[in-house]
Ligand binder design. Structure first.
Ligand code: COA
Length: 155
């Protein structure tokens, strides 16, 4: 597993664009201040993916390490840049960073109907460990269950 040239640590100057991508990806979009607050909590870090040629930011991952567990808090890629490896590269970068910081586990939650994300996570070794009923709220007021996934991180 390698970090590609197009993945970098998320910096303060990147927060505005990451917030825009987050809002386009999720019903409960995060404002710049929410992202800033998360990144300022102990153990939190973010990564961004840049477009191969334009070098503009096209995706992000935000995670937090607490004790020996790294939780993937959010992952998103701008819709016009999906299915090109950015999501997988961002997840790889989070795993590498987590291993470097001696985390032993990676944990995340994902909507049970998010087939692309479920496939991406399974491809990187995450396995379903639980379910949270009616966890996510949808724009129409309905609710979707979350699947919790976990894997060990070798170091
Ligand atoms: C999930 C997400 C981050 C994936 O990003 P991405 O850059 O498209 O991911 P990748 O290009 O690395 O693709 C990962 C896998 O999904 C597949 N995939 C990507 N888009 C797909 C689509 N629309 N339909 C079917 N498969 C798709 C890829 O082919 C790849 O599988 P492969 O490794 O077998 O080829 C992106 O779809 C996204 O931002 N979705 C909205 C936000 C979200 O759901 N985030 C995750 C919340 S837990």
């Amino acid at each position: 597993m390698e970090i590609t040239d197009n993945i970098e640590t998320l910096r303060e100057v990147d927060i505005e664009i990451v917030s825009k991508i987050h809002k386009a990806c999720f019903f409960e979009g995060w404002s710049p201040n929410v992202i800033r607050k998360i990144l300022n909590t102990s153990g939190a870090f973010g990564m961004v993916a840049r477009h191969q040629t334009s070098k503009s930011i096209i995706g992000f991952a935000i995670a937090r390490i607490a004790a020996d567990e790294c939780e993937l808090l959010s992952l998103g890629v701008a819709s016009e840049n999906r299915a090109n490896g950015a999501g997988g590269n961002l997840l790889s970068a989070v795993i590498i960073r987590a291993m470097a910081e001696r985390a032993r586990w990676l944990f995340l939650e994902v909507a049970e109907d998010n087939y692309v994300a479920l496939k991406l996570y399974a491809a990187q070794g995450l396995k379903r460990v639980g379910q949270r009923l009616n966890y996510y709220e949808n724009p129409d007021g309905s609710r979707t269950n979350a699947i919790t996934m976990r894997c060990t991180l070798p170091y």
